[in-house]
Design a protein around this ligand. Sequence first.
Ligand code: G3I
Length: 373
Amino acid sequence: MVRGSVQMKKLLVVLSGLVLFGCSEQSRLSSTPTPNAAPRATPNPGSNQTPGGPGLRSLAKHLYIGTGVAAPALGTEPYTSTLANEYNMAIAENVGKMRAVEAREGVFDFEAQDALVRFATVHNMKMQGGPLIWAPAIPDWMNEYRGNTAELTSIMTTYITTVMQHYSTKFPGVIIAWEVVNEATTSGLGVFSAVPNCVELAFRTARAADPNVALFYNDYGDETSGGTATKVHNLVAPLKQKGLVDAVGFQSHFATHNAPTMSAIKAAMESLGAIGLDVYVTEFDFSLPSANGTTPDNPDDLLTQATYYRDYLETCMATPNCKQFITWGFTDAHSWIPKFRKGSGAALPFDVNYNKKPAYYGMQDALSRAAAR
Ligand code: G3I
């Protein structure tokens, strides 16, 4: 356990010694409702105690605090109870992707994502849906598709409409924001790039499919100024003028060697706020050098990580247009990092045994301070 350890004491010293942001209390009511801070009892209350103070969601009065969910882990413990206790928002890490939902042409499989949406409903959580259009998630049958442009366009618009209306009809009010397009400026649009004006059409179709949800564009590298941020800005600004987009997602897959400064992130959030867009932190994790992928090579990195988790969450809460703060998973037992970035890992707030790491306490600290104001 980290609590009570030397590391935790070091963390508390670090946290209490740092100069904190002067973040004033901000109302973050917008097109998205205020999150309900009170978690309902879980079906299995005896196993849902995560020691060490109130869950994050009970402290997050004005913010959606969420996580990507590894659907295969849902139903296992302590994954399930930790998810329900700590978070008021979720997004499927994989089962909401086109590759999973329409693996065969015209055959829609909602089963795995429906299970998560049912879980969110029972536990009074909200969800993000999608990504609807993301090149790496295009199923094989589409990548091999040799139809004409009109057929491709129809496949895309039918997909968006079918998926969104499945959820607005079957689970009204649970999915409050849709990730309509992911990584258009970085990964491209794959086979969908043949669709004329693809990004705008995707957003227009999504708006028509459900006018009551927020729509957002998601990417990485847009968290600061620079090439990608400029491309994203140029992409979303005209869409915003047409009333087709509400927010931009900052994926935020950071690591010790490349994490941006808080002032750079805040400036990027504010420049989107200046054109009327909200910002959602959508996939935050902070990886550490880790030979085995789950424990840091240098235990002191946990303190750097904790400070970053705390500061990023505080920056979001101190910036009025930052409305959702989501990490890409919550336990190092289920993280994409070790598989995709060899030699890195330990990126999330709970360790591989679901013990709370200093990063967890960094988030708790940020939320507690905001709740006390
Ligand atoms: O579920 C199958 C399993 O049945 C099969 O045996 C196994 C063989 O490799 O693959 C399993 O699927 C893998 C899936 O993760 C679940 O583990 C896929 O191969 C693998 O490609 C997939 O990776 C996901 C990746 O996106 C690609 O979709 C990661 O889990 C997921 O964390 C990652 O998330 C992305 C965001 O969607 C977009 N932003 C970047 C982020 C990180 O790459």
